[in-house]
Design a protein around this ligand. Structure first.
Ligand code: ADP
Ligand code: MG
Length: 604
């Protein structure tokens, strides 16, 4: 048999490595920004075009590269940052694997210009798909500029896999924020399609957080500082009353590197324990400094996960430190939602007038009791239903049609509409039916009703909207604003009306009739969170996620007392749904018990 094993050519190896390092434009942004930081730049500029699909350029004023280094930097495993394996346990740089530039150059067109302080002329290198096109001298400023064009031009499958511009931009903004938060003393600017997204001047951590997340963040921050033998913790948590329905404002940095760690996240969340109601997450910006030898960063190509020697101890210290800070800042043990948001703040802020909407979660909230709205609006227009049936993914429509027609008949033909309903344990609606008894789960049934209502509204574009007397301004971070812009039309079709979408806030002047004003912020936050977690590829599924999210947020909760009319309304509306037997998340909405079964119980 002939020998069959051969070494892969470099450009193939580089493309394979690129698959791990570069998943999307945001990965390139991260690698280039980190290289600029490792080069000790004090000023870093990020320029992208078309969500990074056309151009990603990072310009720094760091130490630059010599002529030879400039060429070598594109070789695989070429790094100035470590020399031997032991160095892996004494890392003070972001990079060390020496594969980012090689990987990027294998799958894009790259222009590098770089000059060191003492050099007269700099170096200009052009590489396309690992091939050197030219290398020449150039007059350029001190520092380095790397321009990455036409990412994945030679891997069409990867290019096609990229999401919409707004989704890719959101990922880029997230990476940018993480790097910028890790290095508040470095100035950063960020331009997308020639317009400025961020211009962050050098400052302290508080200033950096505020310049990224908006002025209103300032008064929410509670400082954390703790020095122990094993680690130092700095940064901020936010007061529990500002907790959000989303997790994406939770930042851990370990030795100035953004990391994801569910275990440490749990430590923080558990410190907030009784202070947050279900479904709310604390916002935090926590900076841990640990001895470099106590962590292993080299367990993941993108270095966002790291291994700690002694996670248990870190967990305990982190939890008690956060608890302590919460206590120190007098945060009441049980959240009092009626209390003014300005309570206990140790700071005096000039611009406190513009008050952020407070969280007012009322678990007994009952939409039926809403004064402005005597009953749930349910404008069914069956003749238009064809379109919205197509929104059911993966469901046999024919089957539903049959069920939808037959279930109400089967159940109620004799008794309805006179059949009486009862509420049991503020959870189930019970009614007598032809074949026996039906138990309806009020929360799940209402989810189904609202879900179909929203789907219908989204599709037929005739949602009812109530005008707000005073338009409400709600702050969001930039990546959420991007997302809101993207789904604005859909939001409008369910009844949200926007006066303005600004840089870091939106002004809402109309809301769906099923919502009360105090819920708006929470509902929109939950919606954004659900859409983000779903990462939809088609606008189609995004609509579905939206309808589900709204239904989940707005459905009457278990534990809500319903009067007779409300019970009947649920029953009636449930059984004109297309698929009454399941909640939008696939849970059973009602069960029936046959009279035979009941009879059997008596025949023992
Ligand atoms: P790593 O960062 O893991 O070392 P990279 O492929 O990202 O690997 O970069 C290779 C080398 O190129 C770096 O070690 C560094 O010496 C040099 N380099 C890359 N970007 C810059 C920059 N912006 N300024 C100065 N040197 C750079
Ligand atoms: Mg690097």
């Amino acid at each position: 048999m002939p020998d069959i094993i051969q070494l892969l050519p470099d450009h193939v190896a580089n493309q394979i490595a690129a698959g791990e390092v570069v998943q999307r434009p945001a990965s390139v942004v991260k690698e280039l920004l980190e290289n600029a930081i490792d080069a000790e730049a004090s000023n870093i500029k990020l320029i992208i075009k078309e969500a990074g699909k056309i151009l990603i350029q990072v310009i720094d004023n760091g130490k630059g590269m010599s002529i030879t280094d400039a060429r070598l930097s594109f070789e695989r495993h070429a790094t100035s940052k470590i020399k031997k394996a032991e160095d892996l346990f004494n890392l003070h740089t972001k990079g060390f694997r020496g594969e980012a530039l090689a990987s990027i150059a294998a799958i894009a067109h790259v222009d590098l210009k770089t000059k060191q302080e003492n050099q007269e002329l700099g170096t200009y290198i052009k590489i396309e798909g690992s091939n050197l096109i030219f290398q020449e001298n150039v007059s350029t400023l001190k520092g380095t500029s790397v321009a990455v064009k036409n990412l994945f031009y030679n891997i069409p499958a990867r290019r096609n896999f990229l999401k919409s511009n707004s989704i890719e931009t959101r990922h880029i903004i997230n990476e940018f924020q993480r790097v910028a938060l890790a290095h508040p003393t470095i100035s950063f600017s960020f331009y997308h399609n020639e317009s400025e997204v961020y211009n962050l001047t050098s400052g302290n951590l508080r200033q950096r957080i505020v310049s990224i997340f908006g002025k209103k963040t300032n008064e929410k921050l509670v400082p954390i500082n703790e020095v122990t033998d094993v680690l130092e913790i700095n940064g901020f948590i936010t007061k529990p009353e500002f907790a959000k329905k989303k997790r994406d404002e939770q930042f851990f940095f370990v030795n100035d590197r953004f990391i994801k760690n569910a275990y440490l996240n749990h430590a923080v969340s558990s410190a907030f324990e009784s202070l947050l109601s279900n479904g709310y997450f604390p916002t935090y910006f926590l900076y841990l400094t640990v001895p470099t030898k106590s962590i292993d960063i080299n367990i993941h190509p993108t270095k966002t996960e790291i291994k700690f020697d002694d996670e248990k101890t870190l967990y305990a210290i982190l939890r008690s430190t956060v608890k302590h800070s919460l206590g120190q800042y007098n945060v009441a043990p049980i959240l009092d939602f009626d209390r003014s948001a300005s309570f206990d703040t140790p700071y005096n802020y000039k611009d406190k007038k513009s008050e952020t909407p407070k969280i007012t979660v009322n678990h007994d909230f009952n939409p039926f009791k809403n004064e402005e709205q005597k009953s749930i609006q349910f404008p069914y227009k069956r003749e238009k239903s064809q379109q919205w049936e197509s929104l059911y993914t993966g469901i046999d429509l024919h089957k539903i049609e049959v069920e939808a027609e037959t279930i109400p008949n089967l159940l109620f033909s004799d008794d309805k509409p006179n059949s009486k309903t009862y509420q049991v344990h503020k959870k189930y609606i019970v009614s007598s039916i032809k074949s026996g008894i039906v138990y309806i789960n009020q929360h799940l049934a209402h989810q189904r009703i609202l879900y179909e209502e929203f789907l219908e509204n989204i599709t037929v574009k005739e949602a009812l909207s109530q005008q707000l007397l005073f338009p409400l301004e709600i702050s969001f971070n930039k990546s959420d604003i991007e997302l809101i812009r993207e789904i604005k039309d859909d939001l409008q079709s369910v009844g949200f009306l926007f006066d303005k979408i600004l840089e870091d806030s939106i002004v809402v002047n109309g809301i769906p009739v099923t919502i009360i004003e105090s819920q708006i912020t929470i509902i929109i936050e939950q919606l954004l969170e659900d859409i983000k977690n779903d990462i939809p590829n088609a606008s189609f599924s995004q609509l579905d996620v939206m309808a589900k999210s709204l239904a989940k947020s707005l459905a009457i909760k278990t534990g809500t007392k319903l009067d007779l009319r409300e019970q009947e309304e649920i029953v009636n509306k449930l059984f004109i749904c297309k698929q009454p037997d399941l909640s939008p998340f696939g849970k059973t909405t009602f069960v029936t018990i046959d009279i035979d079964e009941i009879d059997k119980k008596f025949n023992n």
